[in-house]
Design a protein around this ligand. Structure first.
Ligand SMILES: *Cc1c(COP(=O)(O)O)cnc(C)c1O
Length: 239
């Protein structure tokens, strides 16, 4: 077995264990494999292991890797072990002048944190005839971070995003503070969960609002315990 396959197996086992402890179903967790540091061969191995949700944080790199992956899928279209397509997630800060290019590459943008960005996504989705899934990124870390809307603005932004006809607000995304302090990481995930439940309670986004994207290589177990439905994992697989 390749090291990538072994690492994926370990992550799957860790997710299963944590779910069991937390009384959750493994099926309630989707793993987005973050490929930003990975070479194409490693990514091919990930796809062979059955992972079809892939994430990138830079548009330029996303374009390059998405093309390489598309070529790989094309070459292996007769192989039943290889899926027909993968789903790309944009997970990093998105400049408005890169919106059009991003929409041509992925159907899910996890890092929407301002009204202006949402408006730009809506406008270009309309022009391209698309309905784009978005997550509202919020900053729950309790410290000024560069990206992510403040918690206090979340409900109002969610309401505005949900009215845009070519966007579908399908959940929230957050990043834990950069710290080794597990209590602070947990507190920030718990805060995100509260905001998520509040938005669901108000039925903003309707039944489609069902994703809580939080947890990375260092903290995904805590995120699962605090209610994550989507993990974004890179270095634990590729480094
Ligand atoms: C890089 C990145 C990840 C993955 O982080 P790892 O620590 O490598 O698992 C998750 N989310 C975002 C937004 C990232 O930029």
């Amino acid at each position: 077995m390749s090291t990538i396959a072994e690492k994926l197996k370990k992550i799957r086992a860790d997710i299963a264990d944590t779910c069991l402890q937390a009384g959750r179903s493994e099926k309630s967790i989707k793993v987005v494999v973050v490929t930003k540091t990975a070479g194409i061969e490693a990514i091919q191995e990930v796809i062979r292991q059955g992972f079809v949700d892939l994430g990138e944080n830079r548009v330029q790199h996303l374009k390059q890797v998405a093309e390489e992956v598309a070529a790989f899928l094309q070459e292996n279209q007769d192989d039943p072990a290889i899926p027909e397509k993968v789903n790309w997630h944009m997970i990093g800060h998105l400049q408005r002048n890169k919106v059009k290019q991003t929409l041509q590459l992925c159907r899910m943008v996890q890092s929407v944190d301002t009204l202006r960005l949402a408006e730009e996504l809506n406008t270009h989705s309309h022009k391209l005839g698309l309905h784009t899934n978005i997550l509202l990124q919020i900053n729950c870390s309790g410290e000024p971070q560069k990206y992510g809307a403040p918690v206090g603005a979340a409900i109002h932004l969610a309401e505005q995003f949900a009215t845009m006809p070519n966007l579908r607000l399908v959940g929230l995304m957050t990043m834990a503070p950069l710290t080794m302090d597990k209590n602070r990481v947990r507190a920030s995930f718990a805060r995100a969960r509260e905001v998520y439940e509040e938005i669901r309670g108000e039925r903003i986004g309707g039944a489609k609002f069902k994703h809580l994207s939080m947890g990375m290589s260092q903290d995904f177990q805590i995120a699962i315990e605090e209610g994550a439905t989507m993990l974004r994992i890179g270095s634990a697989i590729f480094n």
